[in-house]
Design a protein around this ligand. Structure first.
Ligand SMILES: Nc1ncnc2c1ncn2[C@@H]1O[C@H](COP(=O)(O)OP(=O)(O)OP(=O)(O)O)[C@@H](O)[C@H]1O
Ligand SMILES: Cc1cn([C@H]2C[C@H](O)[C@@H](COP(=O)(O)O)O2)c(=O)[nH]c1=O
Length: 716
């Protein structure tokens, strides 16, 4: 379901989640503050500009290293122990470690000791973050109903990446600007020292909040005894879960694909920006647009795609990010690069949101922490690897000009790498899509288009069928009844179980609907009691739902050949075009009503409406629809022909001007080809189920009327 502001307000009304969200916001703020304050503090210990730069980047690298060692076990902790206690303990640890850095300096006054301790503290802070994050991610689903996960994730991601970093920078800027005032108080009040102490106090408050005010985070640990299995067992269990769950594997493959693309993009970014000839600012401009796209994807993605399957959305978003990379790789001008960056951001943002939400939905509480830890660690490793490999490669070999006639493109190693990244990401996106698709058989673009318009296509209901579904369509008097009876009789003669049926009216309910929609004068004898167009469309759809569920599906599941006089196309033509209700809308209603059941073959008997109506009325007035004006029937005919032209493999169009026998021969030929009848012997020599064996197919018209059909099919 697409999220609205109301959904976000709803999740914030859930007290435990509101508190956890506040904790998350403050913790993210604290993390960013700690990261940059420690880096800034390390810088302030040196005077030499080169040493300052090295100190800054070394502090950040130190924060990334522990994930390689500790990452795999962090998730085991999150799943094994009470998550509330894990989070509170990590917050206390962070408080003490952050406070210790300036304290060691103040106490010893030694740069060497402080730097050494800072390195140790950085490693330990990161270890605490590694334990805290999967515990928090895994706890969220225990506080919310399933359908609210996505809105909660939107809120969390916006807080972590949209609100917390600028707030942390703002605090650092204020502390720096006011340094002239508070530095006079002593070394302890220098900007970065103050920032670290403020941060430490905040983590202490968070520990208290988590421990005493959000008991719900404990979840199952609140009720059950501690686990009896070993840490190693839990670790191995996490890995084997990855092997057995195809969906979770698809999710992880997709997410890691996206991260490898991001790593290559960051690695080649500056060199690539240079090939655009747009000056030094080009790299930063592209980064800004990338983040704008990312934010838009997270904030607006769910609203944009509406009710599109989230499993499909995930794969499609990754492919979109890959397409953005390809656009960047080929961009002849800065404008295209900006567009490419926005597309990458959009795709990555949507994939990130969908991925986290799906992982929360798809994984059991017992294993969730390990899955989140796995993603966090692999993402960091892949990101670092992709950056370190692609950055030096990007500058390899000078760029060459490629003349494309209308424009010149600078072909450089950075673009080749971007193109390779695009290929990789698209391939992984498609792989993830395939392994997770929950609507196999539903065309991807039609589904996406319908979802953007608010009506996603539903997955076809499962059908175990050896049967074959043939439908006759066409205007009034085209000869559908004549031909369907002939075909059913011929099939029976060949030994098939042929079920002859029709719409509307193949079931008891259908008979009543038929009378409601077709009787020329209803109830009081006036047109006022006739169904209005939308009611008419829904009545036909209701008849169809009953018909498919009670007659068609069971017959197909038995392996029968079903021959139906009219089906969905009649609704598209008569109600969609004739009544001008909209072909797509009417098709969607029928698709839903039938659970997506499509005919294997549709025989369209094409007749000039004037001629067909003349035949059908046979001197009488005709039913309510036959009394419609000629233009109405012209529209119906055009629509039938249009549907057939759009899918020629599924349709056989026969002009209804030949004799009934000529037409029947053409139909038989097409059906025989599809059922491979010539190469088969009759299925039974003893007779046909439900029919007398001595019936002559040539007399089928008179012998096998609709009553026989309905009885055979078993009216419901
Ligand atoms: N090929 C044909 N040539 C001439 N007349 C035909 C042909 N096929 C059927 N008819 C006659 O046309 C009339 C209508 O035929 P039929 O009931 O089979 O058409 P239909 O398409 O099922 O009509 P409706 O849409 O009204 O149910 C019948 O009298 C039938 O004998
Ligand atoms: C299934 C279906 C039918 N109709 C119309 C078309 C005809 O006018 C009648 C059916 O009469 P028939 O003699 O049985 O062919 O109903 C429709 O308008 N929409 C539909 O979906």
């Amino acid at each position: 379901m697409a999220n609205t502001l109301a959904d976000i307000q709803t999740v914030l009304r859930i007290k435990p989640f509101r508190r956890l969200w506040t904790v998350l916001g403050l913790a993210s703020f604290g993390d960013w503050l700690a990261l940059f304050a420690t880096a800034g503090f390390a810088q302030s210990l040196f005077d030499d500009p080169a040493a300052k730069g090295a100190a800054f980047s070394a502090t950040i690298v130190l924060r990334l290293l522990p994930s390689l060692v500790l990452g795999p076990v962090a998730g085991v902790f999150a799943d094994r122990f009470d998550r509330r206690k894990t989070m509170a303990a990590c917050d206390i640890a962070r408080c003490l470690l952050i406070a210790s850095v300036p304290t060691v300096y103040l106490a010893t006054g030694s740069t060497a000791i402080t730097v050494t301790w800072l390195a140790v503290a950085q490693l330990c802070i990161e270890a605490a973050v590694l334990m805290w994050s999967p515990a928090k991610e895994a706890a969220v689903p225990n506080l919310l109903p399933r359908e609210k996960y996505e809105a909660a994730n939107q809120l969390s991601l916006a807080t972590t990446y949209g609100i917390a970093p600028p707030l942390a920078f703002a605090v650092l800027a204020i502390l720096e600007r006011g340094s002239a005032v508070w530095s006079n108080l002593g070394t302890w009040a220098e900007p970065m020292v103050l920032a670290l102490y403020i941060d430490a106090v905040m983590f202490a408050i968070l520990a208290v909040t988590v421990y005493f005010f959000i008991p719900q985070i404990s979840g199952r640990y609140g009720q059950t005894a501690a686990k009896a299995t070993s840490l190693w067992h839990d670790f191995v269990e996490g890995w084997s879960y990855l092997r057995t769950s195809e969906r979770v594997r698809g999710l992880i493959v997709g997410m890691l694909g996206a991260f490898s693309g991001a790593g290559i993009l960051i690695g080649v970014g500056t060199v690539y920006a240079g090939t655009l000839g747009a000056g030094d600012a080009a790299f930063y401009t592209l980064a800004v647009f990338l983040f704008l796209g990312l934010g838009a994807g997270i904030a607006l993605g769910p609203k944009l795609v509406g009710d599109l399957s989230r499993l499909r959305w995930f794969g499609m978003s990754i492919v979109l990010a890959g397409a953005g990379l390809a656009l960047d790789a080929l961009a002849p001008h800065m404008v295209f690069s900006i567009l490419g960056s926005v597309v990458i951001g959009l795709g990555a943002g949507m994939a990130f949101l969908a991925g986290i939400t799906l992982l929360q939905r798809e994984t059991e509480d017992e294993i969730r922490g390990r899955m989140f830890a796995f993603i966090a660690v692999s993402a960091r490793v892949i990101l670092m690897l992709a950056m370190t490999v692609s950055a030096p490669l990007a500058g390899w070999q000078a760029a060459r000009q490629l003349n494309l006639g209308i424009t010149r493109v600078e072909v450089s190693m950075s673009r080749i790498l971007l193109f390779a990244a695009a290929g990789l990401v698209i391939w992984l996106g498609i792989t993830a899509f395939r392994s997770m698709d929950d609507k196999p058989g539903v065309p991807v673009f039609a589904d996406l288009w319908s979802s953007l318009r608010g009506r996603p296509l539903s997955a076809p209901l499962p059908l175990q069928s050896d049967g074959f579904f043939i439908v006759f369509e066409g205007g009034e008097g085209a000869g559908k009844s004549t031909q369907s009876v002939k075909l059913a009789a011929w099939l029976k003669l060949r030994g098939y179980e042929a079920v002859l049926t029709r719409e509307p009216g193949a079931t008891d309910i259908g008979m009543r609907i038929r009378s409601l929609v077709l009787d020329a004068k209803n109830g009081d004898g006036t047109d006022a009691s006739a169904p209005v167009p939308r009611a008419e469309a829904l009545l036909f759809a209701a008849d169809r739902a009953q018909h498919v569920e009670r007659v068609v599906r069971p017959a197909l599941e038995r392996g029968a050949v079903v021959v139906s006089d009219r089906y969905i196309d009649s609704s598209i033509a008569y109600q969609g075009s004739g009544r001008e209700l909209g072909k797509d809308e009417v098709a969607w209603v029928s698709q839903w009503a039938t659970g997506g059941l499509k005919p294997d073959l549709t025989v369209l008997l094409d007749v000039d409406p004037a001629q067909g109506l003349h035949r059908a009325k046979a001197g009488g007035e005709g039913d309510r629809l036959e009394q419609e004006r000629l233009e109405y029937h012209e529209r119906v005919r055009e629509t039938f022909l249009g549907l057939a032209a759009a899918d020629p493999r599924r349709y056989l169009v026969i002009p209804a001007t030949g004799t009934p026998d000529d037409i029947a021969a053409q139909v038989r030929e097409a059906v025989a080809e599809r059922l491979d009848i010539r190469t088969q012997t009759a299925r039974t020599d003893a007779g046909w189920p439900g029919l007398d064996t001595d019936k002559d197919p040539d007399r089928a018209d008179s012998d096998y009327g609709w009553d026989t059909v309905a009885e055979e099919a078993g009216r419901a």
